[in-house]
Structures are given as structure tokens and as C-alpha cells.
Design a protein around this ligand. Structure first.
Ligand code: 0GY
Length: 308
């Protein structure tokens, strides 16, 4: 059944709603695991979608996110401000407050943000800001404005999350490498997984991480990057297998600088909505030992988001 968008909003046409009734993962998450990339949407009657948004989703509330967290076996969430809420972080802050300390946040702020607002976001649990370079999601923000924001949030101990597509990394390189904070890349910089894992495009991303030890990567979103898709093979729950070599290479090369998240409620997917249980079962294919799994799911996110 189609999910609602409250508050008189109309969903973007052909919007895919998040998946009701995901399967139980076979992979048992280590105790204290963190879903380090997920969102809340609205509900639109309480937290209206931003006028400048590029899509209107179905609602996806904090309560629904926390129910998924418990069902899959996570203990905590890092909730990332979605572009459909622009720079109004109220839905995010509300979710953080409802989480009883079990969620931290990544917000979106403008150059005009006041010190008091930054302090109140920090008190609510925000620990980073997101700079988005994906053109279908946001209008361009000048780099000097972003750099000014980065220098404002750095003293708070926050980091910058960047979202971009692989072909744009060369042009963005100088800006990214001059950021004064820890830098967390969403979804491995969106590699084209039909290209070789040791080819020049992905090698540039590896170099970005290798030469800059302040750069971390979320090894998330196989469902967005995969061409082979969700079909299980050989009776195994090994969906999205074309993404495995890319994510595994990052996890094995930089085990202390990787994070993982479901990306629930999966904005803007076009061909299928993933079963979140199947996504959790992707993890042991990319982090193949208990030690790597604990770093990815517990130690790294705890160090970045809950150290104070
Ligand atoms: C993601 C990916 C997407 C959307 C957003 O904030 C957003 O709207 O992040 C996307 O459309 O690729 O990480 O959720």
C-alpha cells in the first residue's frame, strides 16, 4: 500500500516508498552496532518539506526508524539531514531528542547560522554538517561559503560529510583536501561499479583516502550503485555482488576510517526498494572478519560520534 505524505504535500511521481516488513538478517550484528547513515522524512504536517527541495518523499518518522533499528539489531543511529528538508534541521533535532541518546546527527546549515544555533544543534547531538555536490539533489553553493561553514564548525569538533559522484572528484579535489576537519564521504564517492576496481577512477578515490588520513568513507548504498541488483544467487543472500570488490577494498585498506549505514528510507531509488534485512546481510561480504566488522559497525562510529 502506498505510504502517505502528511501536510498536503504530493509525493514525487513514481516515488518508491520504503519497504514494509524487511526480512530478518542472517548476519548477527556485533553488540553496539551503529546504523551510521539514515534519514527521517517529515512527517510533512509537523516538519514541512523545504520549498527548495528537489523531491517530495513519503513520510518516514523517527518512530519508524527506531523500530527498524531494533528489528535489524542495531543499537544506535546517525541520522543525516535529507535534502528535502533543506537547512531546516527541526525533523532531525526532534528525532535526536526522541532517541534518548541513541542517535547522533549530521545537519545542514547556511553561512548565516548563529553560534547559538550551532550550540543548540550540538546539545541535541549533531556532530557534523553535510555538503552535497549531487546536482539532482541541490542547487550549487559557492565553495567560499562552504569553507566558511567548515571553519565555523571545526572548533566544535564536528566533521564534514561530502556527497558527490565519482566523475566530479578531480574537480572537487582541491576543495576537499583543504577542508580543516575530518571528512566523511558518502557511499564511497559513488563509484561506477561497471568500471574495474583497480582502474583509474576508483584508484583516484583510493588515493584520496591514502594521502589524506582525515578522510573516511561510508561503504554504504550497494543498492544505489549496483547494476547486478538485489537478486540472491546460489541460494545465498549475496545481493549487490558487483559492489562487493569496491567496498571490501576500502574496508580492508582503511579499516579504521569506514562506516556503514542502511540509508533508510532510501530516497530517490528508481528501480527497486531494498529489503533492509538483505542490506545487513551484505556486510559480511565486505567486512569479512569479526575484527573488521566490529571496527566498521561499532568502534569507528562510536569514536566519531559518541566520544563526547
Ligand atoms: C542518500 C542519497 C540520496 C539522497 C539524499 O539527502 C538526500 O536527499 O541523501 C540520493 O538521492 O542519492 O544518501 O540518501
Amino acid at each position: 500500500m502506498s505510504k502517505p505524505t502528511a501536510g498536503g504535500f504530493t509525493k514525487t511521481s513514481n516515488w518508491l516508498d520504503w519497504y514494509e516488513g524487511p526480512s530478518k538478517p542472517r548476519f548477527k550484528l556485533p553488540p553496539g552496532s551503529v546504523d551510521a547513515h539514515c534519514h527521517v522524512f517529515g512527517p510533512g504536517d509537523k516538519f514541512p518539506y523545504a520549498p527548495e527541495r528537489k523531491y517530495t518523499p513519503c513520510d518516514a518518522s523517527a518512530e519508524q526508524l527506531f523500530a527498524l533499528r531494533d528489528y535489524l539489531g542495531f543499537e544506535r543511529n546517525v541520522i543525516v539531514q535529507a535534502t528535502c528538508h533543506g537547512a531546516d534541521n527541526s525533523a532531525l533535532v526532534d528525532a535526536l531528542k526522541k532517541s534518548n541518546g541513541k542517535a547522533r546527527g549530521v545537519g545542514t546549515v547556511k553561512r548565516s547560522v548563529g553560534d547559538e544555533e550551532l550550540q543548540s544543534l550540538h546539545a541535541a547531538g549533531v556532530r557534523g554538517v553535510r555538503f552535497n555536490f549531487v546536482k539532482r539533489l541541490v542547487d550549487f553553493t559557492p565553495k567560499d561559503e562552504l569553507m566558511e561553514i567548515a571553519s565555523r564548525i571545526a572548533p566544535l569538533g564536528w566533521h564534514v560529510v561530502i556527497y558527490f559522484e565519482a566523475q566530479d572528484l578531480p574537480e572537487l579535489w582541491d576543495f576537499f583536501t583543504s577542508l580543516p576537519t575530518t571528512v566523511v564521504v558518502d557511499h564511497m564517492g559513488r563509484p561506477d561499479v561497471t568500471k574495474p576496481v583497480d582502474g583509474p577512477e576508483f584508484e583516484l578515490f583510493m588515493k584520496f583516502m591514502r594521502e589524506h588520513d582525515n578522510v573516511w568513507s561510508k561503504v554504504s548504498c550497494p543498492e544505489r550503485l549496483s547494476v547486478s541488483g538485489p537478486a540472491a544467487r546460489d541460494g545465498e543472500r549475496n545481493a549487490y555482488r558487483d559492489v562487493v570488490p569496491f567496498a571490501r577494498k576500502i574496508v580492508e585498506t582503511f579499516p579504521d576510517r569506514v562506516l556503514w549505514g542502511t540509508d533508510w528510507p532510501h530516497p530517490n531509488l528508481k528501480d527497486h526498494m531494498p529489503d533492509d534485512g538483505l542490506l545487513v546481510d551484505f556486510i559480511p561480504h565486505i567486512a569479512t572478519t569479526a575484527e573488521l566488522q566490529k571496527k566498521l559497525l561499532v568502534d569507528n562510529p562510536m569514536r566519531l560520534y559518541w566520544s563526547e
